[in-house]
Design a binder for this molecule. Sequence first.
Ligand code: NAD
Ligand code: UDP
Length: 312
Amino acid sequence: MKTKRILVTGGAGFLGSHLCDRLTEQGHDVICLDNYFTGRKKNVEHLMGLKNFELMRHDVALPIYLEVDQIYNLACPASPVHYQYNAVKTIKTSVLGAINVLGLAKRVKARVLQASTSEVYGDPHEHPQKESYWGNVNPIGLRSCYDEGKRVAETLFFDYHRMNSVDIRVIRIFNTYGPRMHPNDGRVVSNFIVQALKGNDITIYGDGAQTRSFCFADDLIEGMMRLMNTENITGPVNVGNPGEFTIKQLAEEVITLTGSKSKIIYKPLPSDDPRQRKPDICLAKEKLGWEPVVPLKVGLVKTIEYFKDNLE
Ligand code: NAD
Ligand code: UDP
């Protein structure tokens, strides 16, 4: 394989750091760009001595001048707690970030992949969600800075593709978990594991009947790299694990696997929290030959092992 110069924005985050691992292993020259809002140098410190790895502190909402062959645009806080912390900044990150990576891709003729999300489907009326579904998104709610920001980013990707022939890939990522999530990330899998390991109460929001489909990080990164390196496809392509669980089932599984004595408590459901979510992955199977291979229990055990050594 010919080695490439590859930019990973958000590369010091949870998913970005796993992607940097895989790309450097393959011998590519990797530039990891991050402003460390939710990412950490710790996630990539094992790569810092490598000749083919470079770390760059930069905000994706500002123009980027580099020479690269491929761009993975992952920069954006992904946890509701963090993306709502500064909602306006989240929109700027998604929208200006997309404009900046697309402008860069156009100038240097790079291929550019957007990390989009199942949130573009909102609280879906179609189940499971296919790529053809346009979604049910509140434009003015607390989640809108993220959901609508990601939707505009998709629009920008397709407009740059139609107008300027930019070589784009759009992946719609469904809930993904694994080692290197921040202990204070705030998303459900890391919250429950950290709570269970510390013996704190497990906080279910609402009645716990809402569903999510959880994909292990390694599976997700494999799907993302396959999409980037497949010809004649723009996406959007759903990548996620179609196994669907209620949040209550997840809490019970985490308690079983950690052997924790934590109790489940119930807190108010945040507004616009989607009731159900499950990807239709037929397109990824057909076009990328991809499907997830790590069952929830196996992925949870690996993630629990990570958090045992990384509680803060
Ligand atoms: P994360 O919060 O761990 O990673 C995001 C990274 O982007 C962090 O390193 C953060 O510091 C960086 N960042 C944020 N704003 C930035 C800015 N303005 N400039 C430069 N860097 C910035 O979250 P993650 O789970 O690794 O998510 C990575 C990407 O995948 C995000 O775009 C997210 O929306 C998308 N995604 C993730 C999931 C999931 O379940 N993990 C689901 C759907 C979509
Ligand atoms: N959730 C929960 N307890 C927590 C964190 C999250 O019950 O401590 C719920 C949340 O309300 C949502 C689901 O778990 O219904 C997934 O939340 P997450 O923030 O991980 O991602 P989302 O898919 O909502 O963006």
